[in-house]
Write a protein that binds this ligand. Structure first.
Ligand SMILES: *Cc1c(COP(=O)(O)O)cnc(C)c1O
Length: 412
């Protein structure tokens, strides 16, 4: 067997573990035998002859034009599918365009979607506003109350959409229970797995039909590029979604695909380190006299602690939030701003999934467009801070938080 044949996906030895698949799953190398997967920056592909060209265009075979397919993108898709335990994956330009793709492929006017109220803000806008214009209705229900999901199902419900854990309160939903509910109703369950990644949580094994990712976050892992993907059965990815992507063009740039492809090689190591650090910081915050409450699935005080650990490979993930002591909203906001502005190390930003820890104030950023009443209902108080834990030394992160926590005014 030649080197090239050995590397063809499917000709790797059977039964490889996820750590190995994360490093080895890819298209075969080019004639130059590069050990690290190549970056193919090209818009078009020269065809060997007219007959081959005609056949490839007729059957949408690889490789003709970059909107349709690219070898670097194919390697990313193969690697991601292997990690999620999916038959196939399709990569997209952003996380949001992955949701656009799956909705365009699976929904039509008159269809109904059930979505958790606590999902990513742009996901809510996409379903409620943008798809609403095209006659797709979406109902938003509690992240954690299965009864609410069940009661909201209608005869036209086609899709259940969940994200777990959520931002910033880290609420966890029961993927297996939602999958059972979806299937009883003849609908599909889609899980946004951005926060856990397949290194911690594999929704398809728990019964979900499709998994989507904002590859912008932990899959890249170093805050460099935008990316997205959908993983699932071949009959949906290749037969339903690929033709839509070909026509609509939410194609990922090969460069971004290459960055994420290489990011996946260290995904498990990074997610375990992020989780370990987040757990240590969550415990430190929980013991802090100026902190009223910590939201982190790894803590036994988390309302869905047992479910989270069962679903997330025994780990809490990389994101936590915490509430400062104090009830008056104005004082709580001033205290939160004081903690943010006292940092000398942490990044003040709203992204996550980076090696650099990121601190933000959800009430005036990600949830800033909600009314105060909507924010109260969502549990996003003015004293809430979200920390996306990076890979700096954990003591440097807590030292940086302590600068502000130690100098808060005593009466809040
Ligand atoms: C960031 C994010 C998205 C959107 O991804 P983009 O790449 O920014 O379009 C979707 N879901 C979750 C959970 C996210 O964190």
């Amino acid at each position: 067997m030649s080197q090239a044949e050995r590397r063809v996906p499917g000709t790797l030895p059977a039964g490889l573990r996820p750590e190995t698949l994360a490093v080895r799953s890819a298209l075969p190398p080019s004639q130059y035998g590069e050990n690290s997967e190549a970056l193919f920056l090209t818009s078009a592909y020269v065809q060997p002859d007219a007959e081959t060209s005609a056949r490839r265009f007729a059957n949408n075979e690889d490789f003709t034009y970059n909107r349709t397919s690219n070898p670097t993108v194919r390697s990313l898709e193969a690697r991601l599918a292997a990690l999620e335990g999916a038959e196939a994956a399709i990569a997209t330009s952003t996380g949001m365009s992955a949701i656009l793709l799956l909705a365009m492929g699976l929904l039509k006017a008159g269809d109904h979607v059930l979505c958790s109220r606590s999902v990513f803000g742009s996901t809510i806008n996409l379903f409620a506003k943008e798809f609403g214009k095209f006659g797709v209705q979406t109902s938003f229900v509690s992240q954690t109350d299965l009864g609410e999901w069940r009661a909201a199902i209608t005869p036209t419900t086609r899709l259940l959409f969940a994200e777990t854990p959520t931002n910033p309160l880290t609420e966890v939903c029961d993927i297996r229970a939602l999958a059972d509910l979806a299937h009883e109703a003849g609908a599909l369950l889609v899980v946004d797995n951005t926060f856990c990644t397949p290194a911690l949580q594999r929704p398809l094994e728990l019964g979900a039909d499709l998994v989507m990712h904002a590859g912008t976050k932990f899959l890249d892992g170093q805050g460099r590029v935008m990316a997205g993907s959908v993983c699932g059965p071949r009959r949906i990815i290749q037969d339903v979604l690929a033709p839509v992507l070909r026509t609509v063009g939410m194609t990922i740039s090969p460069f971004n695909a290459w960055v994420v492809l290489k990011g996946l090689e260290t995904l498990k190591l990074r997610m375990e380190a992020h989780s370990r650090q987040a757990m240590a910081i969550a415990q430190w915050l929980e013991a802090h006299p100026r902190v009223a409450r910590v939201h982190y699935p790894g803590l036994s005080s988390h309302p869905q602690h047992a479910l989270a650990l069962r679903q997330q490979g025994g780990q809490g993930g990389a994101v936590l939030s915490f509430e400062l002591q104090g009830h008056d909203p104005e004082a709580a906001k001033a205290a939160a701003f004081h903690v943010i502005d006292s940092t000398q190390l942490l990044s003040i930003a709203t992204n996550l999934g980076d090696t650099k820890s990121i601190l933000c104030h959800p009430a005036t950023t990600s949830h800033g467009r909600l009314s105060e009443a909507q924010r109260q209902a969502a549990g996003i108080g003015q004293g809430l801070l979200r920390l996306a834990v990076g890979l700096e030394h954990v003591d440097d992160i807590t030292d940086d938080l302590q600068r502000g926590l130690a100098t808060l005014p005593h009466s809040l």
